[in-house]
Design a protein around this ligand. Structure first.
Ligand SMILES: Cc1cc2nc3c(=O)[nH]c(=O)nc-3n(C[C@H](O)[C@H](O)[C@H](O)COP(=O)(O)OP(=O)(O)OC[C@H]3O[C@@H](n4cnc5c(N)ncnc54)[C@H](O)[C@@H]3O)c2cc1C
Length: 448
């Protein structure tokens, strides 16, 4: 949408073909955290991409600035709160990770700092973390709708419900085919994110589609919310290998999610959230917010993210007339629109902006993703085990203050170590892990 918007605003003749409706993908389904640092482990990013690292840090920060300006100039009311975000720790190990991350990002020029205790304005389950003061939280659905109406206000011709079936360069232009007709274009931008691999022309192995799940609680009474200590209202992302995120909405509901990644087997198709994962997210919520454990989960949804092996967004050309911009690795809320806009400027003949150059690929060649291989999954299991152990310890402390309550959410149960917790059958292990229990599990979450 942002590429089309910029091109149209600058006078180009633009056609946008969208399979469903503008914003139907990750753009409207995400966690709503406008974060100002790149995704991924900065230590690995710096090691693997020493020449790109600082550029990537700058890009992430400028993307937030760009998006904030975009909200103002387009008059998009998406309940944006410039609260900043916190890469928060929930275990002593994660505190160390957060401290280390803050040092690396700050060394590369990012405006971040390590903070502990009440200064963070977070609930007690998050004793410290890396504060990113820039950015904040917003309602991604309203943001996507705002961009869509800005686009519809331009001369761009937008065809929703028009899945592209093929993109073929010819001697007279690029033929972009749908079942109802085709467009002959001078230049084409592939921006189908997790669906990009469905196009023969898209770069192979650029990104792996991964489905992630979000849930939203019922509204929480203001006084009870204040009692949690979440005075900053900052967005929260934990330091697990596979994180948990928390965001407060204007209605004082809490949006939380992820904890598990699901690979696409075959085509990337619409999915409803796995109830086992929804239950696991609900259990984690009740563990981090024990005083809100009776607040029901009202709804659940999910979306497809495109993950790159390098954790960097990928932008480049597969043909002199066909550019691609896919995969912002779960950090594209600001980065995708920003890079899309910079790509539009490049298509209009400008020199690549340095932020686009920071992630630009000279050749569309990529190594396979390590996402679901054995060592990575083993690290995730270890990560969860350490977390459950820490949760057990804090719940035991909690239950000694409030007898008989902590065990209801299941958090105080002693966690088996990961080597004994290996699921015997995949489905059984996953589904059984975190069924909703206790008061919050009573109402069945509503997929939407
Ligand atoms: C659950 C979740 C939580 C996230 N949380 C955050 C967060 O808190 N912060 C953050 O920065 N990022 C987050 N992200 C990532 C962020 O949402 C994405 O990186 C970003 O929205 C990607 O935008 P996009 O326009 O590239 O892709 P998308 O929004 O996925 O758009 C791709 C579009 O392509 C369309 N399409 C697919 N196939 C075809 C076809 N054949 N023809 C035509 N159109 C097609 C789809 O319908 C879709 O509308 C999250 C993502 C998810 C799923």
């Amino acid at each position: 949408m942002s590429t089309a918007l910029r091109l149209a605003e600058r006078g180009a003749d633009v056609v946008l073909l969208e399979a469903a409706y503008c914003g139907a993908g990750a753009s409207s389904r995400n966690a709503g955290q406008l974060g100002s640092v790149p995704g991924g482990d900065p230590q690995i990013l710096r090691l693997m991409h020493p020449r790109r690292f600082e550029g990537m840090v700058r890009l992430a920060e400028r993307a937030v600035d760009f998006t904030e300006k975009q909200l103002g100039s387009k008059g998009i009311d998406c309940h944006y709160e410039p609260t900043g975000n916190v890469a928060a720790a929930v275990t002593p190990g994660q505190l160390k990770i957060a401290k280390q991350k803050a040092a690396i990002f700050a060394g590369a020029g990012a405006d971040v700092r390590y903070v502990e205790g009440a200064d963070l304005g977070l609930p007690g389950a998050f004793p410290g973390g890396m504060l990113e003061p820039a950015g904040g939280v917003l309602d991604p659905g309203r943001f996507a709708l705002g961009l869509r109406s800005a686009l519809l206000g331009t001369t761009a011709r937008v065809f929703e419900g028009s899945p592209v079936s093929s993109v073929e360069p010819t001697s007279v232009g690029v033929v972009v085919a749908t079942s109802l007709g085709h467009v002959l274009a001078d230049r084409v931008v592939l921006a189908a994110n997790a669906w990009a691999k469905g196009f023969t022309i898209a770069p192979k192995r650029a990104a792996a589609p991964v489905f992630v799940t979000m849930v939203e609680t019922a509204p929480v009474d203001g006084e009870r919310l204040a009692a949690t200590g979440w005075s900053s209202r900052s967005g929260i992302a934990t330091q697990h290998q596979i994180m948990e995120s928390y965001r407060l909405t204007r209605r004082n509901t809490i949006v939380t999610g992820v904890r598990q990644l699901q690979a696409a087997r075959g085509r990337v198709a619409p999915r409803t959230p796995d109830q086992g994962i929804v239950g696991e997210i609900g259990s984690a919520f009740r563990s981090r917010f024990p005083s809100l454990r009776d607040v029901p989960i009202d709804r659940a949804w999910g979306g497809w993210i495109a993950m790159t092996p390098s954790w960097l967004p990928v932008v480049g050309e597969v043909h002199p007339r066909v550019s691609y911009l896919v995969a912002c690795n779960g950090h594209g809320l600001a980065q995708a629109p920003y890079l899309g806009t910079l790509l539009a400027d490049r298509l209009l003949g400008e020199r690549s902006h340095e932020d686009l150059a920071a992630v630009w690929r000279e050749r569309p060649r990529f190594t396979p993703a390590l996402m679901f291989n054995g060592p990575v999954m083993a690290m995730c299991r270890l990560d969860r085990w350490l977390d459950r152990r820490a949760l057990g310890a804090s719940s035991r402390r909690f239950s000694s203050r409030e007898p008989g309550r902590a065990s209801r959410g299941g958090a105080a149960r002693r966690a088996p170590p990961p080597w004994s917790a290996r699921p015997r059958g995949r489905a059984r292990g996953r589904q059984g892990a975190g069924r909703p229990s206790g008061p919050a599990g009573r109402g069945r979450p509503r997929p939407c």
